[in-house]
Design a protein around this ligand. Sequence first.
Ligand code: G1P
Length: 301
Amino acid sequence: MIKEVKKAIIPVAGWGTRSLPASKNVPKEMLPVYNKPAVQHIVEEVINSGIKDVIFITSKNKSIIEDHFDYNLALEWVLERQGKTKLLEEVRKVSEMINIISVRQKKQLGLGHAVYCAKDLIKKDEAFAVILGDDLIFNPVPGIKQLLDVAEREDMCVVGVMPVKRNKVSRYGIIKGEEISPNLYRVIDIVEKPKVDEAPSNLAVVGRYILTPVIFDFLEELIKNHSEEDIKEEIQLTSALQVLAKKRKLLAVKLKGIRFDIGDWAEYLVANLYFGLQDPELKEDLKEKINEFLNPSLILK
Ligand code: G1P
């Protein structure tokens, strides 16, 4: 039974090559999207979906992510002494958001391998969420919550999808689905980063999954068959999902909301503007600056 999902796996072990050179020494998950690191937006989606236990799959040089969600007593002391109560509250709130569990992925063998690293932290019959940091999705009902509602109702594993432009399909896992009710699909097949002319649809997996431990069996099989020479071939979560869709059942929900793929610089920058524009204190100034900047006579200078 899928109910009361309590844990979310957030893989943060990757190199973040798409965000270089910014991510050379700062994990890409810590790059700010307006006034908070990208990973905090992800964590907020998780907690707003009712999940408090977060399993970070980490690697070397990523401990700054765990630190962000922990107390910084020296900073709190300074803020307290300076009477900066609002900031103090904000800083403390971040420390108290989640229970942190960390697992080290010692070799970056792919997303499937990263998720497998959490196997021993998930109980035998416990469903869990997986959420990836590249896709920020905003909606009054958070993305993970939209999936949880369907996973619990249908008692099935679910992935979140959104339509993407045809020329972008090769960046994503793409589903072939049969629409069983509005915005809900039975996944018939799922392929990782297909060529544009081979993609079965333009419905892309947007880094949100509700899964059960059966996925670990399929991942284990893939890991066993993965030889050291295959180092360039990543162990894909999509490959295990493909087995799941074929041997059992997998659903896909077309998520509602606005999405930014922050591994793409244009979308990263727009995400920053989007958040800036939500802030009443910044909105008017920001709009003025953007308009000034978009003024053709200025651009030509
Ligand atoms: C991963 C998944 C892919 C999914 C994407 C969403 O790819 O493998 O199926 O569509 O995340 O962001 P990555 O972006 O890690 O290459």
